[in-house]
Write a protein that binds this ligand. Sequence first.
Ligand code: SF4
Ligand code: SF4
Ligand code: FES
Length: 234
Amino acid sequence: MEVQFKIFRYDPAVDPGPYYRRYKVEARPEDRILDCLNRIKWEQDGTLSYRMSCAHGVCGSDGMKINGTCGLACQKLVKDYMCPEIVLEPLPVFKVLKDLLVDMDSFLQRINAVKPYLIGDKVPEKEIPQNPEERKKIDEVVRCILCACCTASCPVMGYNKSYVGPAAIVWMYRYIFDSRDSAHEERLAQADDPNGVWPCVNHFECTRVCPKEIPVTKSINTIKREIERLRTKE
Ligand code: SF4
Ligand code: SF4
Ligand code: FES
């Protein structure tokens, strides 16, 4: 079948402004959107830019807006969009570098600020044991592949550029509730910031778009409750 794509194009080095270009490709309903993008780039227009690597929902590099909703192009199929035209746009919130490529620096800086590694008093000589119940607490959040779909979809990010955003909070959660980490209170203090967990107003958009089905909003609310529990203890 023939599928029509309408793709956001913008090269700040040469274009006066963004525009959309239409392409037609032969595709099967079970083809991935990424397969179609590759066909367009390899057979019709080599100037089209986007990120991809694993093509199997693992690397998180091909997050984009597909018919208005953020997702991974390698996880969405043509048959998910049975409509006259499929619109591809860059992730919102971030600066466009070229076409579907966005600048991820601000996103990754937010993740780095969370100290995404175990903090301990000294380097352990052997592995730190963790029992199944302790591990269960972080089972869901360790699936994060840093695709940024949640942060790009969060309506709060649109008006509060200082908000740390849902992905960084998922990484806070991952270490706050990791039994092997010894910076529990320090991490909670970081989350208990006017631009930490509190700007979240439960839109659930982050949870809806997460390709790894991480309960993002629930994780944010669990941290809020942990902060309040600690406050009442003091
Ligand atoms: S639940 Fe919170 S973080 Fe997620 S989209 Fe809504 S406001 Fe943003
Ligand atoms: S929480 Fe989900 S949507 Fe957000 S960056 Fe991680 S994998 Fe992507
Ligand atoms: S290309 Fe790696 S997640 Fe899609």
